[in-house]
Design a protein around this ligand. Structure first.
Ligand code: TA6
Length: 318
């Protein structure tokens, strides 16, 4: 019996389709069955499934899939502003723009798509954008799916203007969880945080892990590069590895705020949690010609062996 030594071709693992608005979506697949889908609307990852086809990211059943609004869920890109403290729309314009596929991206130093498949996207400001944010930039986003199903996002933002500019940034990641009351976050203990529910006042985290019994909307500052979101009921842990992203946003709208959002189900706060790798407290300053890189890698691992693996990963990432 011949042995087929079929070698997997990552390029064959990329499929471009159009959504209901005629906007391209790119699906990445790897042989073991994991997949990820990113929309050119906002460069937003809208799906990430494990090898059993389980969806790992939350999308609201009431999400509005109509540009320019960002779909409620997945991983919206917040740039050049996080929040609504600047002159732009909430979380900036990048998530509301149509990106393009970049077929000839400059090489990335760390070739870390881990043997899986990748897509490179590009956002450049339109004349319209320059009126509300007068800075010329190139934003290259590489979305990769590793062979073992981990999701890697690498943002490279280059200042191609003749003057410096500042920006804040977040990968606004909506994790799907089984029951928010059975979820805890490890890795943010003892950190200071800005509480968006108390005029962004600064507090210090006292808990030995963050659990949820009410609305939480915080920016944890100068955080470690490894954070874990443990879903007790699903026996699943999301391990978040980040570089260039000192802060972590933690948000659950809870009951009252859920009811106030038209594109969010009244009870959906029970099945989601946003834990965002971000750069918010100290906005990034980019001089002409300089480039900033912010990288996020998320893994979904069975919690059973996560604890020693988490310590092992913490050891690697430091
Ligand atoms: O901290 C996260 C946050 O700023 C919350 O205040 C909430 O507004 C959330 O982002 C969602 O923002 P969005 O603009 O997507 O509705």
């Amino acid at each position: 019996m011949g042995h087929s030594s079929a070698v997997w071709d990552p390029r064959a693992a990329i499929e471009v389709t159009k959504d209901w608005n005629g906007i391209d979506q790119v699906t990445l697949r790897v042989p073991r069955g994991s997949s990820a889908r990113v929309s050119l609307h906002g460069g937003q990852v809208i799906s990430w499934r494990n090898e059993r086809g389980e969806e790992l990211l939350f999308t609201s059943s009431k999400a509005i899939f109509k540009p320019p609004k960002a779909m409620r869920g997945g991983i919206p890109i917040c740039f050049p502003q996080f929040g609504n403290c600047g002159s732009l729309e909430q979380h900036g314009f990048a998530r509301n723009k149509i990106w393009s596929i970049d077929n000839n991206p400059p090489p990335l130093h760390s070739n870390n798509c881990k043997g899986g498949s990748s897509i490179n996207l590009l956002l450049k400001p339109s004349e319209e954008d320059l009126k509300c944010w007068p800075h010329c930039f190139e934003f290259r986003l590489r979305v990769s799916l590793g062979l073992d199903g981990d999701l890697i996002l690498v943002s490279r933002i280059r200042n191609i203007d003749n003057k410096p500019f500042n920006f804040s940034f977040a990968y606004h990641t909506y994790f799907s969880v089984s029951d928010i009351s059975e979820v805890r976050i490890e890795g943010l203990e003892t950190l200071d945080y800005l509480d968006n529910l108390r005029q962004r006042e600064r507090f210090t985290e006292q808990g030995d892990a963050i659990t949820f019994e009410y609305e939480v909307d915080r920016v944890y500052l100068s955080s470690p590069n490894v954070v874990a979101v443990l879903d007790h009921e699903k026996k699943r842990t999301f391990v978040i590895l980040k570089e260039g992203l000192p802060d972590v946003v933690v948000w659950n709208p809870w009951e009252k705020k859920s009811k106030s959002m038209a594109d969010f189900g009244d009870e959906e706060y029970k099945q989601m949690l946003c834990v965002d790798g971000a750069a918010i407290e100290k906005p990034i300053t980019l001089k002409p010609g300089k480039e900033w890189t912010g990288q996020l890698e998320i893994l979904a691992v069975p919690s059973s062996y996560c604890s020693d693996r988490f310590d092992h990963i913490k050891g690697i990432v430091g």
